[in-house]
Design a protein around this ligand. Structure first.
Ligand code: NZQ
Ligand code: ZN
Length: 387
């Protein structure tokens, strides 16, 4: 078991109607609020009106229109400007992971005198960030319980995972009823994203029985509950369990003490969505089984055996490579069963920029240090296999 140093300082308030506590939580931080949101889903579901009513005694400035795969320009830059011009004391992010990630970058940029890209690109370490409170409306990223935000810069095809302990939300409100309206595409993509967060921690050199059991339970919970959410989008129990499994996905708790893995699937996918603006969870689902197949070897096979037997119930008496192949096929089949397009061509990616993307990933993501090291050529092969 490896050493670790763990703390998640974020308060989670979970359940139906919990946003009644919002004025008290925000009031303890400040009265000048930057309210951030996306393209309008929060208005359609009545959440915007509810928040405005709850915060009638607060001074609210708004930043709307934050897109999926949130953009540095204009969203982060506009947000930073609004915070500085209006003396904002706290950011309230209402929406999915993209709104929250953008809000995190704004929070750090608001406390920095230079170009916020210095922080996102790790040129300068943030000394502080504005406090963030969020109401998460989509179960997927786990951004509500981690200190990362992923920001895209269109002109350079960068999509950077910006991670810094100053970015933990102070408090996250998780009301599963707000996820009833998430459509089938984003429900499935959210599941694939959260499953990948677990897999990125599970497929490693050194793990424990405890962590393996936790990860395997997380994967099974996500698969069962996502199917239930797709069958009945207003199934509270399923939406609630899915939401919580996602929330735990990215802050490390699934695998404290496991060895580092390098998160290769995210390293590859972030470039795909930077170049083609695809949905993150779909990109991950597409490359996952191809990556698994690519790295299957004498060195990795036992891990796939454990995964196949414990997550998918593959017959443990079979030959180890047969179990591994069945496990990889079961992963692919599950993503198909929840409606995810399983070829890059189906999401608009052809073979014209594969080498360019592979080079970008090899230079920026450090995948030569992954559990199974990946060279530029390996990365290109995995993307090609996913077409
Ligand atoms: O923009 P609006 O109108 O709000 O619509 C959104 C958006 O179109 C919609 N939506 C959200 N809540 C809804 C809803 N529609 C109906 N009902 C609701 N209750 O869903 C669409 C997708 O939203 P988005 O926020 O983009 O999805 P998600 O939460 O999956 O976030 C994806 C982003 O997070 C990053 C991804 O790379 C991507 O940029 N990630 C962030 C991580 C983190 N901070 O830890 C880790 C992840 O690995 C991931 O990379
Ligand atoms: Zn992810």
């Amino acid at each position: 078991m490896q050493n670790f140093d763990y703390m998640t300082p974020t308060r989670l308030i979970f359940g139906k109607d919990v946003i009644g506590e919002l004025p008290e939580v925000l009031g303890a931080i400040g009265k000048k609020v930057l309210l951030t949101y996306g393209g309008g889903s929060i208005k359609k579901i009545g959440l915007y009106d509810k928040v405005k009513e709850l915060l009638k005694d607060f001074e609210i400035t708004e930043l709307s229109g934050i897109q999926p795969n949130p953009k540095y320009d204009p969203s982060v830059l506009d947000g930073v400007r609004l915070c500085k011009e209006n003396g904002i004391e706290v950011i309230l992010s209402v929406g999915g992971g993209s709104v929250l990630d953008c809000s995190k970058a704004i929070a750090a940029g608001a406390k920095y005198d230079g170009d916020p890209w210095d922080l996102i690109s790790y040129k300068v370490k943030a000394k502080a960030a504005l406090p963030i409170v969020d109401i998460i409306t989509l179960a997927a990223t786990g951004s509500e319980y981690d200190c990362g935000g992923v920001i895209s810069r269109t002109e350079t095809n960068d999509k950077i995972g910006y991670v810094d302990p100053v970015l933990y939300p102070v408090c996250s409100f998780l009301d599963p009823t707000y996820t009833f309206t998430v459509n089938a595409k984003h429900t499935a993509a959210g599941c694939a994203d959260a499953m990948n967060h677990i897999m990125e921690q599970y497929f490693c050199e050194d793990s424990t029985l405890l962590n393996d059991g936790f990860c395997e339970a997380g994967l099974k919970s996500l698969m069962v509950n996502t199917k239930a959410c797709l069958a009945n989008p207003e199934d509270y129990k399923a939406r609630a369990e899915m939401m919580f499994a996602c929330t735990l996905g990215c802050n490390g708790i699934y695998a404290l003490g496991n060895s580092e893995t390098g998160w290769p699937l995210h390293g590859i996918e972030h470039a795909l969505s930077a170049y083609y603006d695809i949905t993150h969870g779909e990109g991950l689902a597409i490359i996952t089984p191809r990556w698994m197949k690519y790295i299957l070897s004498e060195k990795t096979v036992d891990r796939f055996v454990k995964y196949g037997v414990n997550v998918f119930g593959v017959d443990s008496s079979l030959d180890k490579f047969e179990i591994a192949e069945k496990a990889i096929q079961a992963t692919y089949d599950f993503f198909v069963s929840i409606g995810i397009p399983m070829h890059l061509r189906e999401v608009g990616i052809d073979d014209s920029r594969i080498d360019e993307m592979a080079h970008h990933i090899a230079v920026n993501e450090g995948l030569e240090n992954a559990w199974v090291p990946l060279t530029e050529e390996d990365i290109a092969n995995i993307i090609r296999d996913s077409l």
